[in-house]
Design a protein around this ligand. Structure first.
Ligand code: ATP
Ligand code: MG
Length: 345
């Protein structure tokens, strides 16, 4: 079997004049978790649907374990499983009934389907809820039954389309553990997410996509390094000293300053161009900045020097906050399409 789980070249999908996926090249090694990170409307679900043979590409090529997704769609279908953003278990059936039904549909004997369902419910912490209708499940339970359903047959490639959107932190952690367990069994996972920390937690490599295009690709470390040397995070004792602290830090570090939602916190993002925050230079600059703040009578409670977060990576790459819409000027068309989609969905 090919060691590449996914290989695409110039993959395109258009809806009218909207190029939802606009020439995407991806290479995903078998046995890994690959993260596709992007905001609403970036084209994540559309790309996944083409790879899962649910949508036909309008251009380019895609292979799954060496099989062409159009010409060898049946072979591809035999290898993949998709947990959709809007998942497909039957609301009126219980968790147990859903898993047994899906097991029977995919060729298990009655006994095998029942055994497998029991195992999965146990593994996913759903034994108690096995006899309850899925429509009465909480969001987290629902997401777990969706994933359980999609790994009934241990696929070679599992697509997880925003598996934790809307979940509380505890449920997100449970889903992450499940993903890790699935990968440990040899399944390749393509995970789409709007959450930078999720890609950071799970994925070996990440493609950042925006408006149908890959705008960055690499390991987490590479992505972070491509954006900047790092950030200086500062927490002050007094909120009313923040403005002055921002001015001073901006000057000393020659950095862009971001005021955090927390009124005593601010972050200085330092670019690589001048190498300002590299190696020994970083520590020196940081201590100089601290000294300046002390000199100005500004009390610092906490001071940290860090690699950029993926959130900062996204901000730097797109000029927009991750997961939120990008400035109206260049994406108006995009967001109108999005609201149309929502209105007609
Ligand atoms: N069936 C469709 N018909 C018309 N336009 C579509 C269709 N599906 C998606 N689009 C458009 O394609 C673009 C990409 O949508 P897609 O659902 O792939 O984004 P996404 O990255 O999955 O976003 P989200 O994070 O909100 O799920 C959007 O502009 C969307 O409105
Ligand atoms: Mg989507």
């Amino acid at each position: 079997m090919s060691t590449l789980a996914i290989e695409t070249a110039g993959l395109v999908k258009t809806f009218g004049d909207n190029r939802a996926v606009d020439g995407i090249d991806l290479t995903v090694r078998a046995g890994t978790v690959y993260g596709v990170l992007g905001p609403n409307g970036a084209g994540k679900t559309t790309a996944v649907k083409m790879l899962a043979t649910l949508l036909r590409p309008d251009g380019g090529e895609a292979h799954v374990f060496g099989h062409d997704v159009v010409r060898e769609a049946d072979a591809v279908r035999g290898l993949v499983s998709l947990t959709g953003q809007y998942a497909s278990v039957d609301e009126d059936l219980t968790g147990l009934e859903n898993l047994i039904l899906l097991g029977r549909l995919t060729g298990h004997t009655k006994k095998a389907a029942r055994d497998r369902a029991g195992q999965l419910l146990e593994a996913f912490g759903l034994t108690e809820a096995a006899g309850r209708q899925v429509k009465n499940y909480s969001g987290g339970m629902r997401r777990r039954i969706d994933i359980a359903a999609s790994i009934l047959n241990t696929p070679d490639l599992l697509f997880l389309d925003e598996p934790t959107t809307g979940l509380d932190p505890r449920s997100r952690n449970q889903v992450w553990d499940i993903v890790r367990a699935v990968v440990a069994h040899g399944t390749t996972v393509l995970l789409t997410t709007q959450y930078l920390d999720e890609a950071d937690q799970l994925a070996a490599r990440i493609a950042v996509i925006d408006k149908g295009k890959v705008i960055a690709e690499g390991t987490k470390g590479e992505l972070k390094a491509s954006v900047g040397a790092g950030s200086v995070h500062v927490r002050l004792r007094e909120a009313d000293q923040r403005e002055e602290a921002a001015r001073l830090l901006g000057a000393v570090l020659d950095a862009q300053i971001q005021l955090e939602p927390d009124p005593v916190a601010l972050t200085a993002r330092v670019g690589t161009d001048d190498g300002a925050l590299n190696g020994r230079g970083a520590a020196e600059q940081a201590s100089r900045a601290l000294a300046e703040l002390a000199h100005a009578g500004i009390t610092v409670d906490n001071f940290a020097l860090g690699q950029p977060s993926l959130d900062e990576v996204f901000l730097a790459l797109t000029g927009a906050d991750a997961g939120h819409s990008v400035p109206a000027t260049d994406t108006q068309k995009h967001s109108q399409k999005d609201s149309q989609k929502e209105a007609t969905a």
